[in-house]
Design a protein around this ligand. Structure first.
Ligand code: SF4
Length: 329
């Protein structure tokens, strides 16, 4: 397998490689054409919003239509910037995504004097039938402006907390952080490794992984899933599902198949703020005509390890969950 080879000759040759992706199509990540108000130190998108010339909502919508026509069952992710900073524009983009797709929204859930909680809840209610999950950024270090936690409990859609454990994160705050979100019935938290630091060598490394050791101290490890591109270490803390997620900082893997052909295997396709369709995070423009002939393979994400749950503990957890739900209502 060739995971990555960025020498000039290889990059040129790779343009001719046929595309392969998972059944249903690669995930389409849409960058909304408006920014957030934060400056997270691990953010790789921020600089793209410094100059908004060429940003076009109409062009993005046309690209959504194109991708829907090619892969009518792929997943869509709206990210930014801040998708919920302009509800009218987000609505227009969502209106171009038919209900055959799963839709995820990455957001900080921004509330301000220009946008009330009620407006966000109205939007969520209107689109509840379309939204698969809202991924809400909340970090243990205060990188993002946060809305009131009580808003989370009112959301009419499934949501998950996304938390980047960045550099010297305060390990002793893990339990208070998890307890904070148990109070608003968050079903799950995804802890994330700073993906700019992920390499093929440390993706599955367990011994030298500080975050993994931190989580093992406070939660019960339940298993590991993964694929060529990313992996997730699963844990349980009381009624909370936890995943520690690691992913490589690119979205194409080159691999020679048994038929002797080298394929460019796409995991994520990006619709940029200008409507341009890219096949990787590094500015590689996708050959959309070539993608129309993409070869599909079964999704390679699978369980690598599953720790059997003891029946008594599972029952105890179920009781704990009911208790927590009642006491907070
Ligand atoms: S909230 Fe998201 S887009 Fe905004 S700075 Fe942080 S990581 Fe970047």
């Amino acid at each position: 397998m060739i995971v990555r080879n960025l020498d000039k000759g290889f990059v040129e040759a790779s343009k001719k490689f046929p595309y392969k992706t998972r059944a249903g199509g690669a995930t389409v990540t849409v960058f909304v054409p408006y920014d957030c108000k934060n400056n997270c130190p691990f953010c790789v998108n921020k600089e793209e919003y410094a100059d908004c010339s060429g940003f076009s909502l109409e062009a993005i919508c046309r690209s959504i239509d194109r991708m829907n026509a090619l892969t009518p069952y792929c997943d869509f992710v709206f990210t930014g910037g801040e998708p919920l900073a302009n509800l009218k524009s987000l609505q227009q983009m969502l209106d171009h995504v038919p209900e055959t797709h799963k839709v995820y929204i990455n957001t900080t859930l921004p509330v301000s004097k220009d946008q009330s909680e009620e407006e966000i809840l109205d939007f969520m209610n209107r689109n509840a039938h379309k939204i698969t999950c809202v991924n809400i950024s909340r970090h243990m270090q205060h990188f993002v402006q946060e809305s009131n936690d009580s808003l989370l409990a009112k959301l009419p859609v499934k949501f998950r907390i996304n938390c980047v454990l960045y550099k010297n994160y305060p390990e002793d705050q893990l339990i208070p952080f998890m307890e904070r979100f148990r109070k608003v019935h968050a079903p799950s938290i995804q802890f994330r490794f700073d993906y700019t630091e992920t390499t093929p060598d440390n993706l599955y490394d367990q011994e030298g992984d500080k975050i993994l050791h931190s989580l093992k101290k406070v939660a019960e490890y339940t298993g590991l899933d993964g694929c060529r591109m990313r992996c997730g270490f699963h844990f349980r803390y009381k009624d909370l599902e936890l995943v520690y997620h690691k992913t490589l900082p690119y979205s194409t893997i080159f691999e020679k198949a048994d038929d002797g052909v080298t394929y460019a295997i796409l995991y994520d396709i990006l619709i940029k703020q200008t409507g341009r369709i890219d096949s990787d995070w590094d500015g590689t423009v996708m050959d959309v005509a070539k993608y129309a002939h993409v070869v599909f393979e079964p999704y390679d994400l699978k369980w690598i390890e599953k720790v059997p749950q003891k029946e008594a503990e599972a029952e105890e957890d179920a009781v704990l969950f009911e208790g927590a739900a009642c006491s907070a209502s």
